[in-house]
Write a protein that binds this ligand. Sequence first.
Ligand code: SAM
Length: 318
Amino acid sequence: MNVTIKNDNYHIPVMLKETVNFLEPWRGGNYIDCTLGGGGHSEEILLTMNGQGNLIGIDRDSEAIERASKKLGNFQNFQAVKGAFGDIENIINSLDIKNINGCIFDLGVSSHQLDEAQRGFSFRLESDLDMRMDHDQNLTAYDIINKYTEQELSKIFWEYGEERKSRKVAYEIVKERKKTPIKTTLQLASIIEKCIPINKNSKHYIHPATRTFMALRIAVNNELLQLSTGLEGILRKINVGGVVVVISYHSLEDRIVKNIFRNLSTDPDIREQYKKDDILSKRLVKRLTKKVLIPSEEEQAKNPRARSAKMRVISVIS
Ligand SMILES: C[S@@+](CC[C@H](N)C(=O)[O-])C[C@H]1O[C@@H](n2cnc3c(N)ncnc32)[C@H](O)[C@@H]1O
């Protein structure tokens, strides 16, 4: 079916047509959007459902919940829930949902979160070092930058950001914070800029703070553990025949998704790591995307955010 990409300043949904075509919400039943954001995917699912089922939209960001609740307020079969998808099993239990037919994870942050200066995600906009998706959480980017050891910082920048100058960046941060606490995004960005050579003429040029800021965001929000817990959680709960769609924007995220889907698509008898898990040890899934799917050239041209997107999809066999 054809879906038009809507121009929404909050966030342009990525791979919308593909998502809806895999989920087939017109079949009816219960669906979960684990990353509600601006409600772009949710809106399309609801329109396609045409009242034939229910959709729960989850986000850990209260602002996203408030905004999407307003945008989708006319749909009687939609409910927004504030929470982290790492907690998906408890969320499903507390809502007493018995059957789940499909689910989407569209990972990372929304364009709105990135563009809102005071959220502290951007190295271009002055703000306190925050980066929390959920403001009820205590840990902020400030805490990590000012309290973690040099080794811990370097590990975060290397493992989550693949920053080749991770050690130097960590060393300079620790040196600077001895003089004065590092409180703002631009203060941090200028320390990083001193560590990384800039060649603006290179066709591979990215701002020197890109990798460090991304790594920091992943650490603040514990994004990788959230992903593996959330994905395994939904795979315990979803119905046979149910479909799980994941769109990721980072190689580490994609690796987690690929491994979980690949492991569950092999014979239950040879899946060592799920042997002690009552439900996952018996689960068998079919990969509907043997190779990762990426957005069309047309979509990538229209929406720069889509350029790093990778989609993987499974359906549950047993
Ligand atoms: C890329 S945006 C989703 C955009 C959405 N699909 C749309 O079309 O508008 C990702 C959203 O997921 C939320 N998010 C990220 N990690 C989360 C987690 N572990 N639990 C709940 N929400 C999360 C972010 O707060 C953000 O609003």
